[in-house]
Ligand binder design. Structure first.
Ligand code: ADP
Ligand code: MG
Length: 197
């Protein structure tokens, strides 16, 4: 079964730091799909990622505009497909051209367009952690393809270094764990998903 890396963050800034750690591993053509309900921290994660790629422009949610394009060390295409109703609308945006360009492509709500994603990509699911904590998130990294397994391993080392430099962790809880179990609503509910219990 596929192994996933789970990283716990306790603030938006910590999620940005993990995004920055991932950025260090990214190359043109890489595709990152982000999932998790509204407010999970997808855009915050992209802020850290893009900032570390040298994007100076303020990174905001593309939920209305659908696509934001930034220039850092490499071009970054940041999509949010939440409001799109069909694969055709995503294709009409030029999605395949983005994939063929030498940009790094980051898609919020990427699981909604799973069939359009390349076979090799990184999926990141963001979940609410401890229900008593407003700010805790679990970032679940699922590599698709051996290159991504290696990139996630490297990211982990960088993220560990950056996070320990940034914040004292006195919780005694491990921040990183590898799991083969599916992380689902049964374990920890996603943001705002109270009605399903
Ligand atoms: P999404 O793009 O998934 O809808 P955003 O990134 O726009 O979500 O918003 C996440 C919100 O949650 C922000 O207001 C952010 O400050 C807050 N937040 C609190 N704790 C965290 C955390 N650990 N990681 C990311 N965001 C967090
Ligand atoms: Mg968003």
């Amino acid at each position: 079964m596929q192994r996933a890396l789970v990283v716990t963050t306790r603030s938006a800034e910590e999620t940005r730091i993990v995004g920055a750690a991932l950025a260090a591993m990214l190359l043109p053509g890489d595709v990152v799909s982000l999932s998790g309900d509204l407010g999970a921290g997808k855009t915050v994660f992209v802020q850290g990622l893009a900032g570390a790629l040298g994007v100076e422009h303020r990174v905001t949610s593309p939920s209305f505009t659908i696509v934001h394009q930034y220039n850092g060390r490499y071009p970054v295409v940041h999509l949010d497909v939440y409001r799109l109703d069909s694969f055709q609308e995503v294709l009409d945006l030029g999605f395949e051209e983005f994939l063929d360009s030498s940009a790094i492509v980051v898609v919020e709500w990427g699981e909604a367009i799973g069939p359009l994603l390349p076979r090799k990509h990184l999926a990141v699911d963001l979940w609410r952690g401890d229900p008593d904590s407003e700010d805790e998130r679990l970032l679940v990294f699922r590599p698709h393809g051996p290159e991504w397994v290696r990139k996630v391993q490297s990211m982990r080392g960088t993220a560990e270094t950056l996070l320990s430099a940034f914040s004292e962790d006195d919780s005694g809880q491990p921040r990183f764990r590898v799991t083969t179990e599916p992380i689902s609503r049964d374990h920890r509910g996603p943001i705002g998903d109270v009605q399903e219990g």
